[in-house]
Ligand binder design. Structure first.
Ligand code: GRF
Length: 203
């Protein structure tokens, strides 16, 4: 089985996927990594691992539709079973989302449905929540609104800063993303309508 990973930056979640693949825990192969930011460090991580690394700068396209059309072409060249958004900081068009519906996962740094969107750690701290975390979810047209497949919870300490909280959450992201990908590639995790099922049981 094959996956394509979309990134925009550091690629620490990509690194977790690469390491899972190297330890035969992914259940598939990372066929390509695509970044809309040509200088993303994650592209170097991909190249270092011998993975096809593609820069597709969104600025070179005149519209979101044109960029997404080009992105679909690059992705489909690799015939992936799954598309993974791992820190991909672009809003996708409905056409793109429909094309990969049920076979596209995103990692989001909050306990969805809480804190959709950006600056999740700062907002969680400002609210004084005692628990925060991250979610892997299927991507649907509602931004960060698709059905959740897997979450990890972290405790928020009174001493936490935005940076310390981000570090704690990211460590959990690196654990749960490869697990969810593995479950999907083994055919255990599925999107059916609005519901995620695991081994046939609705979550
Ligand atoms: C992660 O925190 C992810 O949840 C968010 O963007 C960040 C990407 O980090 N969507 P990295 O590029 O994987 O290091």
């Amino acid at each position: 089985r094959r996956v394509v990973v979309l990134i925009s930056g550091n690629g620490s979640n990509l690194q977790a996927l690469i390491e899972a693949q190297e330890h035969d825990r992914l259940g598939g192969e990372i066929a390509a990594v695509v970044s809309n930011q040509p200088d993303a460090y994650g592209l170097k991580r991909a190249r270092d691992a011998g993975i096809d690394a593609v820069a597709l700068p969104h600025r070179e396209y005149e519209s979101r539709e044109a960029f997404d059309g080009a992105l679909i072409k690059v992705i489909e060249r690799h015939e992936p079973d799954l598309v993974i958004l791992a820190g991909f900081m672009r809003i996708l068009t409905p056409r793109f989302v429909q094309r990969f519906l049920g076979r596209m996962l995103n990692i989001h740094p909050s306990l969805l449905p809480a804190y959709q969107g950006l600056h999740t750690h700062a907002r969680a701290l400002a609210d004084g929540v005692t628990e925060h975390g991250c979610s892997v979810h299927f991507v649907t047209e509602e931004l960060d609104g698709g059905p959740v497949a897997l979450q990890a919870v972290v405790k928020v300490d009174s001493t936490d800063s935005e940076d310390s909280l981000k570090d704690k959450v990211q460590a959990r992201e690196h654990l749960i993303l490869p697990i969810a990908v593995n479950w999907f590639l083994e055919g255990r995790l599925k999107l059916s309508g609005d519901t995620v099922t695991m081994d046939g049981t609705p979550l």
